[in-house]
Design a protein around this ligand. Sequence first.
Ligand SMILES: [Zn+2]
Length: 263
Amino acid sequence: MSALLERAKAGLPLDEVHIIDVHGHVGPWRSFYIPDTTEEGTLRIMDRIGIDRAVIFSNAGMGSDHVLGNRIVADYIESHPDRFIPLVFPNPRYPDEARSEVEHYCGKLGWRGIKIHPTGNQYPADGPNYTPLWEYAEAHGLPVVCHSWDNVLCNARVFERIAKRFPGVNIVLYHSIKPDFAGAAELARKYGNLFLELTDVAPHNGLIEWLVSEVGSERILYGSDLGGWFSPLHGIGPVLYATISEADKRKILGENAVRVFRL
Ligand SMILES: [Zn+2]
């Protein structure tokens, strides 16, 4: 049995592997109850599992207050710069502010990338208000992580247009365009700057094995909707149980994130 799986089944934190959860939500959210949105609560579950670091961004950015949201992320970074990797979350509905938020946090403070959520902000990922942000990311070597789903705002066709137009941007597709995993895999094979992320793939038995065989483990990143949307236990279990090599698991759990986010 996989040594990592054995350790997890014994209830022990996975201390001997570098784990980065690339999908962490931070702060209050407007649409449903989150039992624990505190920084301490997030760190507690990370330590329980053995997650070394988490890529984080604000919940408020998915609503109307991206300025507040980015400030909440800044508080996390101030108290635990060694545990959290910050992304700025611009809302394209406020294009001038969006641009200045990105310039402030990435340009001045060195945050590691940009998070966008076309469904939350009800704005297509390839819409004109996002263009300056994609251009900024390309000019500054920043990754963009994006909620992706099989809808008109962020489906495979939208990302094909973006990948073609901005080949220099590492793009992480959260949820791997669920449920269009075939479309996501086809795109990732075609465009080397696309990476697939695993949040909410747990109900799809055999999917991780299939993605590894289709696009290679170096293009797949572990993420969980950490921070109260889902428990990270829900996300890491399928990786640990997947019938792939231990080396593939290590890439998915952390090694790839080091490369994609230039850590
Ligand atoms: Zn999410």
